[in-house]
Design a binder for this molecule. Structure first.
Ligand SMILES: Cc1cc2nc3c(=O)[nH]c(=O)nc-3n(C[C@H](O)[C@H](O)[C@H](O)COP(=O)(O)OP(=O)(O)OC[C@H]3O[C@@H](n4cnc5c(N)ncnc54)[C@H](O)[C@@H]3O)c2cc1C
Length: 337
């Protein structure tokens, strides 16, 4: 990190896009005393936002299996910010399980990740009684958390307003026509300025059953269908998520079969669950799948959050605030255009 000339800390700050990236930017800037307006083109349901469809896992350790170390660095810092700003965020950890035939993949996952404890069958049953007798061993990541995107986004928007900021929905704005500091958090819609962005489809299913109770996300290691089950309030569970290199936003029969089949492999009672929703979102990704803050004097762009938006958005907001207030540059994440 090094210091450079600050772009002007007293100006108004306009943030475009009220998904998870923009919401955290607006919150930290409003709390720091800036005159913040958060613009969102859709209504408060955020149906146009990738964030609406996300699992909301805050899993810097599990993601170490597939992600670069920068994701863990940002993610670990972000966990502190989630705890500070939303102290009710559940930090019950995550559980990773596998059936005996997938033991090699399970051991590989264990080698590629840290921050876990090994549990035997009794340990699993103690943590998640619904899984008693289902798996012989598991990895427990006690330091991880999860949020429910459709609840936490409105909470963040409320906190922005409480901190003196303004949140405007149905406000489709053009960054080039706004004065002051602009932070572009438009996700995939920012392709007009960032042509290398692409969408990576993630499909999810929402189901309801009172026959299974879980207190934390459960990931099933499987050679073909890496799946997770995330408990929501009111006996709901989100099954996720596929990762497909396409910008078609439909849910395929194949994906639905795989997600539902894998949930059944976690617990047969999921076979009797009611299906409430199929959905998909396009994860905004750069070619290297890493997040990027692009700095063009008073214009900043925060994008490429890929599969880690909920995990890393708070830490990215802290970095842009550090740049605007103190001229700090994080060489791993920031690019000066
Ligand atoms: C199925 C699935 C599961 C996932 N699970 C997880 C998970 O467990 N943990 C995790 O960390 N991440 C997860 N992700 C990834 C995460 O959802 C994304 O990284 C994140 O949502 C990207 O957020 P964003 O704010 O950059 O983009 P978005 O959420 O797309 O927000 C961009 C916003 O900008 C608005 N906008 C665009 N143009 C304009 C304009 N001109 N004016 C005003 N507003 C505009 C859009 O309407 C949108 O609301 C998942 C993704 C999917 C699809």
């Amino acid at each position: 990190m090094h210091q450079t000339k600050r772009p002007g800390a007293d100006s108004s700050v306009s943030i475009i896009g009220a998904g998870i990236a923009g919401a955290w930017q607006a919150l930290l800037f409003a709390q720091a005393g800036h005159d913040v307006t958060l613009h969102e083109r859709s209504d408060a349901s955020l149906m146009l936002s990738t964030s609406h469809w996300a699992g909301g896992m805050l899993a810097p350790y599990c993601e170490g299996e597939v992600a670069e170390p920068i994701i863990s660095r940002l993610g670990l810092r972000a966990l502190d910010l989630w705890r500070r700003e939303l102290p009710d965020t559940p930090f019950n950890g995550s559980l990773v399980v596998a059936h005996p035939r997938d033991r090699n993949d399970f051991e590989r996952f264990a080698r590629l990740t840290d921050g876990h404890q090994r549990l035997d069958a009794a340990g699993i049953a103690a943590l998640e009684p619904s899984l008693e007798g289902r798996f012989r061993e598991a990895l427990f990541f006690p330091g991880e958390g999860h949020v429910e995107p459709r609840r936490v986004l409105p909470q963040l928007h409320q906190r922005i307003i409480a901190a003196g900021g303004t949140v405007t929905f149905d406000s489709d704005v053009d960054a080039d026509r706004i004065d002051g500091i602009v932070i572009d958090c438009r996700g995939l819609a920012a392709r007009d300025h960032e042509p290398s962005l692409r969408g990576v489809k993630g499909e999810m299913i929402l189901i309801e059953t009172s026959e299974v109770r879980l207190s934390r996300p459960v990931r099933l290691i499987h050679p073909r269908w890496p799946l997770y089950v995330i408990p929501r309030e009111d006996n709901l569970f989100m099954l996720g998520a596929t990762s497909i290199e396409t910008e078609d936003s439909g849910v395929s029969v194949r994906s639905a079969l795989e997600l539902l089949g894998a949930s059944y492999a976690v617990h047969p009672a999921f076979a009797e669950a009611r299906i409430l929703e199929f959905g998909s979102g396009l994860r905004p990704a750069f070619p290297d799948n890493l997040p990027r803050i692009t700095v063009r004097e008073r214009r900043l762009a925060v994008n490429g959050l890929y599969r880690h938006g909920f995990l890393i958005a708070p830490a990215l907001a802290e970095l842009t605030l550090g740049y605007v207030e103190r001229g700090q540059i994080d060489n791993e994440v920031m690019r000066c255009a």
